[in-house]
Design a protein around this ligand. Sequence first.
Ligand SMILES: *[C@@H]1O[C@H](CO)[C@@H](O)[C@H](O)[C@H]1NC(C)=O
Ligand SMILES: *[C@@H]1O[C@H](CO)[C@@H](O)[C@H](O)[C@H]1NC(C)=O
Ligand SMILES: *[C@@H]1O[C@H](CO)[C@@H](O)[C@H](O)[C@H]1NC(C)=O
Ligand SMILES: *[C@@H]1O[C@H](CO)[C@@H](O)[C@H](O)[C@H]1NC(C)=O
Ligand SMILES: *[C@@H]1O[C@H](CO)[C@@H](O)[C@H](O)[C@H]1NC(C)=O
Length: 433
Amino acid sequence: MKFSFPDTLEKIQLHHHKKGRSFCYINPRKLRLFSLSSLGLGFFFILFILYHPNHIRDRTQQDLNPTKILIRPNNNDAGGNQEYCDLFKGRWIPDLNASLYTNRSCRTMPDSKNCGKYGRMDVDFLQWRWKPDGCDLLRFDPKTFLRIVHGKRLAFVGDSVARNQMESLLCLLSLEETPADIYKDSEDRSRTWYFPSYDFTLMVIWSKFMVVGEERVFNGSPSGAFDLHLDRIDNEWASKLPWLDYAIISDAHWFFRKNYLYEGGKLIGCVFCYEANITDYGLGFAVRRVFRTALQYINNCKDCKDLLVLLRTFSPAHFENGTWNSGGNCNRTSPLKEEETRLEGTEWELRSVQLEEVERARKEGEKRKKIGALDVTRAMLMRPDGHPGDHWNNKGMEGYNDCVHWCLPGPIDAWNDLLLAVLSRENSGSFLY
Ligand SMILES: *[C@@H]1O[C@H](CO)[C@@H](O)[C@H](O)[C@H]1NC(C)=O
Ligand SMILES: *[C@@H]1O[C@H](CO)[C@@H](O)[C@H](O)[C@H]1NC(C)=O
Ligand SMILES: *[C@@H]1O[C@H](CO)[C@@H](O)[C@H](O)[C@H]1NC(C)=O
Ligand SMILES: *[C@@H]1O[C@H](CO)[C@@H](O)[C@H](O)[C@H]1NC(C)=O
Ligand SMILES: *[C@@H]1O[C@H](CO)[C@@H](O)[C@H](O)[C@H]1NC(C)=O
């Protein structure tokens, strides 16, 4: 069987704002935004991930033989309770066997994350495992995962980083069964895979703002600025909720640009518009309101079944020694230590805002819906070594580094270890409120 997996056409605009670094998306046709970097907004970073149909080889045999390896219990830690420890607070520890798959075993690996194919030779960054302080994470086991999600439907909702997590999960699950590629939209933004032996449907649903966001158009060309309706849910994903068993929602990167904020159809303010007569409420405000709207919608969804929703918190970018267009790079080869990581700045603020909205939704929802967090921000702040950097298919964009997405295999695979741990807890009736 032969099928193709064209990469997502993506142009990502990265906005360097004080200490915070992050990115958002711009319209593919807007190459000239490159020259708009002095809009008074700070710096813009733009990365391009181009279409490159990647014909996937026939698989002759399983390249890897995943053996279930249980991580030894943590005898020395006081309160080391496997069931209830905080999975998201911990450190990266060396593990030579951390990587379960390779770019040879994973037939669905997109070119844009295949760092090995584009010359990344160092392997140290693959040899680390996330270790929560109070317990140990089980190594990802595709069989266990597929047994839990048997007969279910799971969607990642968000931007290209949400897709990055789905791509990681596909590589991990493919060790057990080759999925069928059953749907993609015209731009290959939303996509659906199906695992027949487990009747499991895995999808990514493209929604860059969670709410309705319409790009402003001037003289027929997109402006790069969006009108965000903070109280109007994006039906692209919301309409699919009743059909889902699990939703992992994310987003935040697209908020780092000039956005006009609306409530009740009225302009109430902006983010990064720098217009004297419009109040700039800041990123945190916009992100907070949008997740409040999304989580309220979920809590009030009458047609939804026993739905489990996880908010995946902000995934930091790591440009160092410059901006996207001034030689900024991310060529470190090993993680930062816990004490080298500063829990501050825009990334940390957005993560806090997201967690606060999860807490609020749990209280308001009176446990009718299961809502939780996949709080990856702390772990990923320690992984400046996990991005493609210049090891991506950057034809036409030589010299520009992708310090936003994550290599496959790579530290993003830990997000799926965490996902499996949360799903196992839920499956055994101990989902935490
Ligand atoms: C890694 O896995 C291989 C094969 O499963 C095993 O022989 C080896 O001992 C493992 N190494 C470590 C450091 O766990
Ligand atoms: C996989 O990565 C290695 C480097 O780790 C590279 O040499 C090889 O070309 C890549 N193979 C494929 C099929 O992408
Ligand atoms: C703000 O001022 C500009 C001109 O200075 C005007 O075009 C715009 O409509 C004003 N916006 C609002 C919301 O008043
Ligand atoms: C950034 O610059 C500093 C000082 O010049 C250097 O020590 C460091 O290695 C650089 N970092 C990267 C990722 O290039
Ligand atoms: C990272 O890249 C910069 C410039 O691109 C270079 O000066 C530096 O030596 C590199 N660092 C490593 C560790 O390769």
